[in-house]
Design a protein around this ligand. Structure first.
Ligand code: ADP
Length: 948
């Protein structure tokens, strides 16, 4: 149709017919057709093959051939143009044959007019165009159905196959897709699979909803297996009614196989890892057993006589053994954590005590390197917690250990604060933020994250210098995670590192009453001397929290200046807290200067040291240092030391080992009831008492104690205050009530952990006679026993308490024996005179001391009568003054114990409640009488030895 006209070829052996047809075409409006003509069968066939025409008009009669033959040929040669048959007469038979042979239309020549001709040609062309389009559609569909590797199907409402793709046919074992028609899944699959597919299809038809990419396992009826992902949709007719389903299945067998293989590999790996940690656990146990023997035996040998080099070699064996054991522990921990086997315990602990205990051994390590180690817990951090304190220790020891390891000079400071969290933290939880800051070598920026990985070290070349495995932080960070916290570090090379970690603990209900205000130390003016600023801050905060009034200075020189100024201003310090290791002038030298300065010499001194050096103890004794604490100092330790030192207020030190050189009071064997729940305390108290010839019965709680007190005879009851079942207060009240009936009154002495305000009053109110603060100190224990029994006796003339004639006792076996077997031996506090202290007071001048003692012997009876008089007149002020004088005089003459008793009288005077005073004065009188002979002897010139 190059020129827009439809090209038509007439194949007819009658030229006349051509002329007529051409004339007809010219009648058609617009002359859309252009007609050409050939007369023979052969020429017609040639033209058809050439394919240059759009429509062929073929005569039924073509010489020897007929037109039907030509049609058949044309179709066989792929003629796409429509063919129209022409005949001379209407014959239905020929019509049918023509159509069958491939003709589109059939025209009877005699009936043809222009319009009939045009209609026929146009119809033929249109039909051909539609067929071609349809054919293309079919072709595309078939391409899909024949080539796609996925299985495609169409099914009717009964799930019978209408059509399937070639690949599905192939998979189903069919030669060609048509064979599936009318069959169902039951013909190809195992019944279960077929049933499942059928149900799915029914569902799709009922709901009209597709099933998309459903993974299903197929078992073919011949036993083959595979996985497919199938999508099924409803098949609708032209009106939209659902008449079946169609769908496509994609084979995912390979994917499934890989998935399965991966799963198996993972399980295998996990079981291998379990096996590995089991192996590690076993191995570490196996190694540990002989290691323990090696270390233990080495220690035994180390205790024998060795040459210096033998000792040195063996020490290295032991140290290496220790290191190896630590390494094994690390590896075991790490593998436990990795295997998810580590569980945290949840037990109550006291944060301040626990952290203090963790710091002690680390302090030794730090001080070996001349580093300061300090720790600080903010006052608002709760103390009673629930959690795994051992694992917390592990983290702290690791971080602080690293800090010490990687620091050459400066300090390591641990700080604990409450972690500020967004939102209100629940009351029962405590989120804490720990920081460990050092002034060490620091960590390069690029390594900050990696060091928390196992076996990572910031600088591998450092390993040889510092040692270590790179496991510590990995373990710590896993532990922190288990404690619902996080860990991170900030660092600058050459300036130091700060490790942070947070933890979540539960808060434990604290067993004790709400914070009691300490009474003994409140308002005390104290001077703190330390060259390290962090320590100064911490000490200042600690003392302030107890209501003391601290001043801090950074050197001995500044301290002397402050002391002197305070004295001049009439506001002298009562306590000097000094660091021992300070540059320029150290703490001992400072103490010496203070003791030598007359107006300062009275002050109570507590020293903070960084490690015991030989001779430190002696120096403390010499200098009258009341306590000697190892840094870093726990709050409780500091408190106990201050309370003890301030109430003793003498230049005296507790012997290190109890019972070794005890200036203990000796009594006739007493029968003592000890009510105490702590086994350690029981052991200590029982040991001390029994060693001194007493017999002790232990009650584990207040209830038992009360029962025993009623059914057995005791000379004395030592009563812990905090006990399970029934506390010491209740027990005492009960005992006192029962004893009202019997008329016997056994003295009861309370033992409490802290000397808090009100404790003493409450003890006395409950019916106790006195109280002792814990920890149990041998000397105080025996003195208190002496005091109480003496007082009890004076007060009640109790027959159980032997004679009231005090006997002076020396620390000799003879004297002890004498007391032991005398029927009427008197319970008496025995105090030997501390001659070195006395001499120190007079700068070693013996004749001066004689004079002083002479004076004292005259003065003391006067002071006693002054006290009695003051008591008669209820004149607390005079009483206090007399007691004060007595207190200092007694110190000058080397009688610290009696001086303490006088000091207690002074305190009584301060409280203005003199009720317990008469008994206490009597007690002091007794003590003085016992001391008197030795003092008299000395004054008479018989010398110290004789006098003692
Ligand atoms: P290691 O047993 O080697 O000490 P850790 O896991 O405890 O293992 O520490 C990993 C590494 O992190 C250390 O080897 C060191 O390089 C670095 N590191 C840890 N703490 C500090 C610190 N306070 N100062 C400097 N480097 C540190």
């Amino acid at each position: 149709m190059a020129d827009g006209k439809v090209r038509i070829l007439l194949i007819d052996d009658d030229k006349h017919n051509f002329i007529i047809t051409r004339a007809l075409m010219m009648e058609i409006a617009g002359e859309p057709f252009q007609i050409e003509w050939v007369a023979t069968y052969e020429d017609g066939l040639k033209e058809i093959r050439r394919g240059a025409h759009d429509v062929y008009l073929v005569d039924y009669r073509l010489g020897a051939h007929d037109g039907l033959e030509l049609l058949a040929h044309a179709v066989a040669h792929g003629c796409e143009a429509p063919l129209i048959m022409l005949t001379n007469q209407a014959d239905h038979e020929i019509d049918m044959q023509a159509m069958k042979a491939g003709a589109v239309d059939y025209l009877v020549k005699s009936e043809v007019d222009a319009s009939r001709l045009e209609r026929s040609i146009r119809y033929a062309l249109e039909r051909q165009r539609l067929l071609k389009a349809l054919d293309w559609e079919r072709y595309l569909l078939h391409t899909l159905m024949d080539n796609l590797p996925d299985s495609i199907y169409f099914k009717d409402a009964q799930s019978r196959f209408l059509r399937i793709s070639k690949s599905k046919a192939f998979r189903s074992g069919l030669q060609n897709p048509e064979e599936a028609e009318g069959k169902t899944d039951f013909d190809f699959f195992a019944p279960d699979d077929a049933r499942r597919a059928f149900a799915d299809e029914q569902q799709v038809m009922q709901t009209g909803q597709p099933i998309v990419a459903k993974e299903e396992r197929h078992v073919w009826s011949d036993g083959r297996e595979g996985w497919v992902a199938t999508t099924k949709l409803p098949l609708r007719d032209k009106q939209g009614r659902i008449i079946g389903t169609f769908g496509i299945s994609h084979d995912v067998s390979e994917l499934k196989r890989i998935e399965q293989a991966l799963r198996e590999a993972k399980e295998a790996a996990e079981s291998a890892s379990r096996a590995k940690s089991d192996f590690l656990a076993n191995m570490s146990h196996e190694i540990r057993t002989p290691m323990n023997a090696i270390i233990g035996m080495t220690e035994l040998v180390l205790d024998t006589r060795l040459t210096a080099s033998q000792y040195e070699y063996l020490r290295m064996v032991r140290d290496s053994g220790d290191a190896l054991l630590a390494l094994i522990d690390d590896i075991l921990d790490f593998s436990k954590i990795e295997a998810g086997k580590l569980e945290l315990s949840n037990t109550p602990f006291a944060l301040r005590e626990s952290l203090g205990d963790m710091m002690k051994p680390l302090g030794l390590r730090a001080h070996d390197k001349k580093l300061e180690l300090a720790f600080h817990i903010h006052p608002n951090v709760p103390d009673a917690l629930l959690g795994d304190v051992n694992r917390l220790r592990q983290i702290v020891v690791n971080l602080v250990g690293n800090a010490i390891k990687f620091t050459e000079c400066g300090e390591v400071v641990v700080d604990v604060a409450v972690e500020a969290k967004a939102g209100e933290p629940a009351d029962e939880l405590a989120d804490l933020h720990f920081t460990v800051r050092d002034t060490g070598i620091g960590i390069p920026q690029g390594k900050l994250a990696a060091i928390f990985e196992a076996f990572e070290q910031a600088d591998a070349s450092m390993t040889r210098r510092y040692g270590g495995t790179g496991l510590g932080l990995a373990i710590s960070s896993r532990l922190v995670e288990l404690m619902a916290g996080r860990i991170w570090v900030e660092s600058e090379v050459g300036r130091g590192s700060t490790f942070h970690f947070t933890t979540r603990f539960q808060r434990a209900a604290s067993g004790t009453a709400p914070e009691l205000e300490p009474v003994v130390v409140a308002d005390t003016l104290a001077l703190v001397v330390d060259d390290n600023e962090t320590n100064r801050q911490i000490l200042q905060e600690m003392l302030s929290n107890w209501g003391m009034r601290p001043t801090v200075v950074s050197s001995a020189a500044a301290a002397v200046e402050a002391l002197t100024r305070a004295h001049r201003d009439g506001q002298p310090f009562r306590l000097l807290l000094t660091d021992v290791n300070m540059p320029d002038v150290d703490g001992f030298t400072l103490a010496e200067q203070v003791r030598q300065t007359n107006e300062l010499a009275d002050i109570t001194i507590i020293a903070l040291t960084s490690g015991d050096r030989a001779g430190d103890m002696d120096r403390c004794d010499e200098l009258g240092i009341a306590a000697h604490l190892m840094k870093p100092v726990k709050q409780s330790e500091m408190f106990d030391a201050i309370v003890a030192a301030m109430s003793v207020n003498t230049a005296e030190r507790e012997p290190a080992a109890p019972g070794v050189t005890q200036p203990a009071a000796k009594f006739a064997s007493l029968r003592i009831l000890l009510a105490e729940d702590s086994v350690v305390n029981q052991k200590l108290a029982v040991g001390l008492l029994e060693r001194n010839g007493h017999s002790v019965v232990v009650a584990n709680n207040g209830k038992l104690a009360a029962e025993m007190a009623l059914t057995q005879d005791f000379d004395l009851i030592l009563m812990d205050v905090q006990m399970p079942e029934m506390d010491g207060m209740q027990a005492t009240a009960l005992i006192r009530k029962q004893q009202q009936q019997t008329g016997v009154r056994v003295p009861i002495v309370a033992m409490t952990a802290h000397a808090m305000k009100g404790d003493r009053d409450r003890c006395l109110a409950a019916g106790m006679d006195d109280y002792l603060s814990k920890p149990i100190r041998p000397k105080q224990l025996f003195e208190k026993i002496a005091e109480v029994l003496g007082a009890a006796q004076t007060a009640s003339e109790s027959p159980s308490c032997n004679s009231d004639v005090p006997t002076a006792l020396a620390e000799s076996d003879e004297a002890t024996a004498a007391v032991g077997d005398q029927e009427n031996a008197t319970p008496s506090a025995c105090e030997t005179i501390n001659w070195s202290m006395a001499l120190r007071g007079v700068n070693g001048d013996e004749s001066l001391l004689k004079a002083v003692i002479d004076e004292f012997l005259k003065e003391s009876p006067k002071l006693i009568s002054e006290m009695h008089k003051a008591l008669d007149e209820q004149d607390a002020k005079s009483f206090r003054r007399a007691a004060h004088t007595m207190k200092s005089s007694l110190r000058y003459v080397g009688c610290p114990g009696a001086s303490r008793a006088a000091s207690e009288l002074e305190q009584l005077g301060k409280t203005e409640d003199l009720t317990p005073a008469p008994a206490a004065v009597n007690l002091l009188k007794g003590q003085l009488e016992r001391l008197r002979p030795a003092l008299v002897a000395f004054a008479a010139g018989e010398g110290m030895l004789k006098a003692t």
